[in-house]
Design a protein around this ligand. Structure first.
Ligand SMILES: O=P(O)(O)O[C@H]1O[C@H](CO)[C@@H](O)[C@H]1O
Ligand SMILES: [Mn+2]
Ligand SMILES: [Mn+2]
Length: 414
């Protein structure tokens, strides 16, 4: 039995990476700063005191974060021995966005430049917007600027409901986001509009990573809330990922949450819809119980990023981490011999950092399994990995798949 389970903690960075200066992120540290705030009593909403992640800590989280961030996060003191391989990885891809991080983890770094929209207003090309307005028969659009998604629906949501004009915005990532009310505008029209926008961007030769549908509900600025019906329209990864290689070899790739969207539905054999970290955890446990041999089970825990990192909500992020940690024993108990669990992230999103964007950071790399014998390694510490692709290459080795073009495996080839 050989299976791989990738627990993607979306945005859980462990310290500014060597190239953070290029991104204005020197000093960022998602994990380190959350731990620091908790230890200082500054994150006591729905939780209390120092950050407690005992299960992740036993897997080497504190030890690896000391190496990646320069000091042991506040409140973490476990010195091993660890029942896991632990290290940290630097991103080769040029962007600190979600697709770049995910694709690189699957063995395909993004070595081209995405198209980013300028911070000037309007931000989107006039001819592109004109075409969209004409073809979708819209009364116009709102926004056309850089914004935080929750802030812009509070600011423009009521005008949107009254006028029927959808809200177009972007961020420091290569994204075009369209927010619209799920009832007054309608979910299906919003999804159709996003598909049209995806097509037009591609026609214009604009290499925009994702068009994202952002439906919301509510009646006024005080109570607008985004729903779980978000959809991402991604371009295809530029080369076959380890997911594609497993599908070609007849295996199963089970997407849980937004994974399928991030890989543009390529290299995926089953899609499990789940929204919210807890539901995603439940779906992951279910897949672990039922997935056949030669499977990749791949959940993305998006709340860390979407609900807490971008919202700069330190206490919320800390609580979500503690909730995740508390459930890890359930997952460990469900594992079967031959399973390898990888805990990783796709970029940072330090909730103490200025702005609302991602931060260029190292990611944690933790690997364990019931029959992974750490004694066979010189050390459980696998140190600095020079690409996230080491994870994809290790999965290729473990599942006996053709090697990916990038990355060095830290697992033996089966
Ligand atoms: O502020 P919201 O809409 O959550 O946007 C965030 O979500 C986008 C996609 O993950 C990112 O580019 C980031 O800006
Ligand atoms: Mn992400
Ligand atoms: Mn994000």
């Amino acid at each position: 039995m050989a299976r791989a389970i990738i627990l993607m903690l979306d945005s859980f960075g462990v310290g500014a990476s060597a190239d953070a200066e290029d991104f204005g992120d020197v000093g960022a540290n998602t994990f380190g700063h959350i731990a620091e705030a908790c230890a200082a009593g500054k994150a006591n909403i729905d939780r209390q005191g120092p950050l407690k992640l005992p299960n992740l800590e036993k897997l080497g989280l504190g030890l690896l974060a000391e190496e990646s961030g320069g000091e042991r996060p506040a409140g973490f003191s476990f010195n091993g021995p660890c029942q896991a391989l632990y290290g940290y990885a630097q991103e080769k891809s040029r962007g600190k966005d979600t697709p770049s991080g995910h694709w690189e983890i699957a063995g395909v770094p993004v070595l081209f430049d995405w198209h980013y929209f300028p911070t000037t207003v309007p931000t989107f090309p006039a001819d592109f917007i004109e075409q969209i307005i004409n073809e979708a028969n819209l009364p116009g659009i709102l926004g056309d600027c850089h914004a935080s998604g929750t802030e812009i629906i509070a600011r423009l949501g009521e005008e949107h409901m009254a006028s029927g004009k959808p809200i177009f915005y972007t961020s420091a990532d290569s994204v075009l986001q369209i927010a619209a009310h799920e009832e007054t505008f309608g979910l299906e029209p919003l999804l159709a509009l996003c598909e049209l926008a995806r097509q037009k961007l591609d026609d214009h030769g604009l290499r925009v990573g994702r068009v994202i549908a952002r439906p919301f509900l509510g009646s006024n600025a005080e109570n607008f809330k985004r729903t779980g019906n978000r959809r991402d329209y991604s371009v295809l990864p530029p080369a076959p990922t380890v997911l594609d290689k497993l599908v070609s070899a007849g295996g199963e790739v089970i997407s849980i949450g937004k994974i399928a969207d991030i890989y543009a539905h390529q290299g995926i054999t089953q899609k499990v819809k789940a929204s919210g970290n807890d539901a995603i955890f439940d779906a992951t446990l279910e897949a672990i119980k039922t997935a056949p041999e030669q499977s990749i089970i791949f959940p993305n825990f998006v709340d860390f990023d979407m609900e807490y990192g971008h919202r700069r909500n330190v206490a919320g992020y800390a609580k979500a981490l503690e909730d995740f940690d508390q459930r890890l024993p359930e997952l460990i108990a469900a594992l079967q011999p031959g399973d390898r669990v990888f805990i990783a992230a796709d970029h940072g999103c330090d909730p103490t950092w200025p702005g609302t964007d991602h931060t260029r950071e190292y990611i944690p790399v933790i690997c364990f399994g019931p029959d992974l014998n750490i004694a066979e390694y010189d050390s459980a510490n696998i140190g600095l990995r020079t690409s996230f692709a080491d994870i994809g290459q290790s999965i290729a080795s473990h599942l006996g798949l053709p090697a990916t073009d990038y990355g060095e495996s830290f697992l033996p080839r089966q």
